[in-house]
Design a binder for this molecule. Structure first.
Ligand code: CUA
Length: 312
C-alpha cells in the first residue's frame, strides 16, 4: 500500500524490512503533522497578537498548567510509542531464525570477501538462496567498516577484533547493492558488493560448482587468489595505475622507494609486501594497504608470486 513517504525508500526485499518501514513512516508522518500544526499556529498567533498601536502592552503571563501538561505528555507518549516500536524491531533484527544459512563475510580495505560453508569463496559478491533466512557474520581485517543493504533494511558496523552479524530473507531472485557506510579511507566509496539471490536449487548448484576454494596449478591458484583476496581492487593486471602499483611487468622490476632507495622485485620483496606492506613503499603511492599477516598462508603467497611472474 502506498504511503506518503514511500518515495524515500527503495523497494523492500526482505520480510524484516516491514517493521523498519512502518516505524520510518510513522515518525515521518507524525513529524509532518507537527510541522504543519506548529507552522500554522506560529503564523496565526503572529498575526492575531501583532502590535497594533504604540501603547499596546503585553500582559504578564506566568504559566498555564493545563497547556504545559498537554504539550509535555502528548510528545512523551509519542516518544514511548516510537521507543517500544523501535525496540521490538531491533529485537527482531537481532534474533536470527534457527534455520538461517550462514555466510562469513570479511571486510577489508577495500572490499568484501565471502566464505561459504563448503569452502567456496567470492569477492564483492554474496550469493544467497531465495526465501530462506540468511545470517551474515561480519568481521574486519583492518579498520571500522559498516555493512549496509538498503533493500533489506539491514546495516551494521564491522568492527576489527570482534564478530557482528545481520540477517535477512531475500524474497525474490535478483541483485541487491551492498555499501560500506563507515568512512574507511581512500577506497571507501568503491567498497561495494552485490548480493546475488538464486532460487534454492540454483544456489545449491552454484555452491557445488564453486566449492572447495581455489584449485589447479600454482599459477592458476595464484590467479584465483589475487581475485579472492581482493588484491585486484587496488593492483591492476593490465598495467593501468590504481591505488597500488600494477602487477603487470612487476616481477624483476626495479622499484624506487619513498625512502630514496631502490629494490628489485623478487620473492622476498613480494612476500614482505604482502605480509607487511608498510615496510617498503614504492614512490608515488601511499601506505594504505592492509597487512595480510595472519590472513594468508605461505602456500598461498607462493602461488600468488608464481602467478605474478607470468604477468610480463
Ligand atoms: Cu569500508 Cu568504508
Amino acid at each position: 500500500m502506498g504511503r506518503l513517504f514511500d518515495f524515500m525508500l527503495p523497494e523492500a526485499k526482505s520480510p524484516t524490512a516491514d517493521s523498519t518501514d512502518a516505524l520510518f513512516h510513522f515518525i515521518n508522518e507524525v513529524s509532518l503533522v507537527l510541522l504543519i500544526g506548529i507552522t500554522f499556529a506560529l503564523i496565526y498567533f503572529a498575526i492575531k497578537y501583532r502590535r497594533r498601536s504604540e501603547d499596546d502592552e503585553t500582559p504578564v503571563i506566568t504559566h498555564n498548567n493545563t497547556l504545559e501538561i498537554t504539550w509535555s505528555v502528548i510528545p512523551l507518549l509519542i516518544t514511548f510509542v516510537i521507543f517500544g516500536w523501535g525496540y521490538s524491531g531491533w529485537l527482531n533484527l537481532k534474533s536470527v531464525p534457527d534455520n538461517a544459512y550462514e555466510i562469513q563475510v570479511s571486510a577489508y580495505k577495500w572490499g568484501w570477501n565471502a566464505k561459504y560453508i563448503n569452502g567456496a569463496q567470492t569477492l564483492n559478491e554474496i550469493h544467497v538462496p531465495e526465501g530462506r533466512p540468511v545470517k551474515i557474520v561480519l568481521q574486519s581485517a583492518d579498520v571500522l567498516h559498516a555493512f549496509f543493504v538498503p533493500d533489506y533494511r539491514v546495516k551494521h558496523d564491522v568492527v576489527p577484533g570482534r564478530y557482528t552479524y545481520v540477517w535477512f530473507e531475500a524474497n525474490e531472485v535478483g541483485e541487491s547493492q551492498v555499501f560500506c557506510t563507515e568512512y574507511c579511507g581512500t577506497g571507501h566509496s568503491d567498497m561495494l558488493a552485490k548480493i546475488i539471490v538464486h532460487t534454492e536449487d540454483d544456489f545449491e548448484t552454484w555452491l557445488e560448482k564453486n566449492g572447495g576454494g581455489v584449485s589447479g596449478t600454482p599459477v592458476e591458484q595464484g590467479k584465483q587468489l589475487v581475485q579472492l583476496q581482493g588484491c585486484v581492487t587496488c593492483h591492476s593486471e593490465d598495467g593501468s595505475k590504481k591505488i597500488g602499483p600494477s602487477f603487470k611487468g612487476l616481477w624483476n622490476k626495479q622499484e624506487n622507494l619513498t625512502n630514496g632507495s631502490t629494490v628489485i622485485v623478487d620473492e622476498n620483496y613480494l612476500r614482505e609486501s604482502i605480509l607487511n606492506p608498510a615496510a617498503k613503499i614504492v614512490e608515488g603511492y601511499d601506505n594504505v594497504m592492509t597487512p595480510y599477516e595472519g590472513r594468508i598462508t605461505d602456500d598461498e603467497i607462493t602461488n600468488i608470486i608464481e602467478y605474478l611472474k607470468t604477468l610480463k
